[in-house]
Design a protein around this ligand. Structure first.
Ligand SMILES: [Zn+2]
Length: 85
């Protein structure tokens, strides 16, 4: 469920994972009770999402560097072909 205070999606949690806002909904709490293991998995997913976001930016930067390197390498190669005649 979405936190009414900070609009963070918290799934079946009753306490917001971001701001700690208490969102009590008996129907949701009764429908799906999470064991400690499931809760740990859910918490790992939340952390994984954050790490994934950072990794996405790191990956984009790496791709940019590699792409620009190959562009420059290709240009140098072409220039060498032209100057060699
Ligand atoms: Zn919140």
């Amino acid at each position: 469920m979405k936190c009414p205070r900070c609009k963070t999606e918290n799934g079946t949690r009753t306490i917001c994972s971001k701001c700690g806002y208490f969102m009590y909904h008996p129907d949701i709490a009764n429908r799906q009770k999470m064991t400690k293991g499931q809760q740990a998995v859910a918490d790992t997913k939340i952390v994984g999402k954050k790490v994934g976001k950072v990794l996405k930016y790191v990956w984009m930067i790496i791709v940019l560097i590699v792409t620009s390197f190959w562009l420059v390498a290709g240009m140098v190669f072409l220039m060498g072909l032209i100057t060699d005649g």
